[in-house]
Structures are given as C-alpha cells and as structure tokens.
Write a protein that binds this ligand. Structure first.
Ligand code: SF4
Length: 232
C-alpha cells in the first residue's frame, strides 16, 4: 500500500466529465478520484481504487505531490471539482493543502465515516454523504459512525445520497435519516443499477416513495450514458 501523507495524494485518476449524481447532476466537472477506502461495498463500482485482491493497485494508483496535482487541475477549466474515491476523507490533510492552491468550487463524495477537518471543510461547497446500508456487506461498526453522520447532518452544505436496492434498504435508509433528523429536501435516493435499463426500471420503483416522503429521486447519469464504464 502506498503511504498516505499530508504532502501528497494517492490518485487513481483525474478526468473531465459531467457530475452524474446528486444536486449538481449534469454540471461540467473535473473529477479527482483518490485511492483507498475504509469500506468494501459488495456493489462498489470503483474497486480498482482499493481492492488489491481484484486489482493491481500499484498499477492503478500513483502517489503525486500536491503541487503536481494542483498544476494538473489548474490546467483545466476552473469549474466544479468533484473529489471522490475510494474514500477521499482518508486523505483530508493533503486535500486541505490542495484546496488552497486551486480556484475550483469543491464537492466531496464520502460514505460519512470520517469527520471533516476544519482546514479542509472551509474549502468545501458541498458534501455528498452516502451512508452505506446493511446490503453493502460492510459490518455495522465500520459503515455507520453515528457521531460523524450527525456532524454531517448538522452541516447545511451536506446532502445525503443513498443507494436503494430493495425494500429493506429503503426502510433502513428512512429510519437512519429520521434518526439524524435530515430534512427530506436534503436527500437523494438512487437505485442500485449498472445498466441504463435496470436504472430506469428501478427508478420507476422509487417514484412513489419519493413522492410520499419528499425525497429527491436521484439519477445516475453516468450509468444512463455509459453503463459501468470507468473514467467518463
Ligand atoms: S465506500 Fe464507496 S468506494 Fe468505498 S467500497 Fe463503498 S462504494 Fe466503493
């Protein structure tokens, strides 16, 4: 495993595309995808960032100096920057340094198990928090850190995105959101799907629940456009 440090970032890929999920769906964005994750979701669509059993992480990941990553980002249009992973919060100290060097508006994708550091949080316009449910296959103690989830729930710049595969997922998600007292207007439900046809069918199954409870029905634009292709 490459060592994590405050003066460098372990990067999987940097690419330009449109945001595929959440409130800024469709926004032209630069994606900074970082390596490693503290969870292991059974349906993860980016296992090449963390799963050494299935992927050669030495080939997939590179440790890059913060100035090098900042140069790469500044060479692109100063648009929305989506920091994702893996779990990018594992590298917050380095991200705090990077954020001070680039002009982008920053949103962060996180599973909500690691609390934000103030030095990084001050640069973040939006947290996209995706708590993992029992069906993700992660042990409860790893996937649900209530103090951290409450921290995010108290931040007005945080929204919650949950992947829903079946009735049990929906019931668990709803109970969690009520416990955290998250307003439904801050919630996006997304169906679990890796193809456009499955996405459409499962989205239809979520419509009534979103209408009844006031949640947004979130799409996964990248699945509609490209299925499970990576780096787009
Ligand atoms: S938290 Fe995200 S990156 Fe980590 S295993 Fe789960 S889906 Fe994959």
């Amino acid at each position: 495993m490459l060592k994590l440090a405050a003066d460098r970032l372990v990067v999987s890929e940097i690419f330009d595309s449109v945001q595929g999920e959440g409130p800024s769906v469709g926004a032209p964005s630069t994606f900074l995808r970082l390596g490693y994750c503290n969870l292991a979701c059974r349906w993860c669509d980016t296992p090449y960032t963390w799963d050494a059993k299935r992927h050669d992480l030495e080939a997939e990941l590179s440790a890059r100096g913060i100035d090098d990553v900042a140069d790469d980002l500044r060479a692109r249009a100063p648009r929305n920057l989506v920091v994702t992973g893996g779990e990018p919060m594992l590298q917050q100290a380095a991200l705090a340094a990077l954020a001070g060097l680039v002009p982008h508006s920053i949103e962060v994708e996180t599973a909500g198990t690691i609390a934000p550091l103030p030095a990084f949080a001050e640069h973040v316009r939006q947290w996209n928090v995706s708590p993992k449910l029992a069906s993700s296959g992660n042990p409860l103690a790893k996937r649900r850190v209530d103090g951290v989830l409450r921290d995010f729930a108290a931040r007005p710049e945080a929204i919650f995105k949950l992947v829903i595969g079946d009735d049990a997922d929906f019931d668990e998600a709803r109970a969690l959101l009520e416990e955290l007292d998250v307003a439904p207007s801050r919630v996006w439900l997304m169906p679990e799907a890796t193809s456009a046809s499955a996405l459409a069918e499962r989205s239809r199954g979520l419509v009534d629940r979103c209408v009844t409870h006031g949640y947004h029905l979130g799409t996964r634009l990248h699945v509609t456009l490209w299925g499970d292709r990576r780096g787009v």
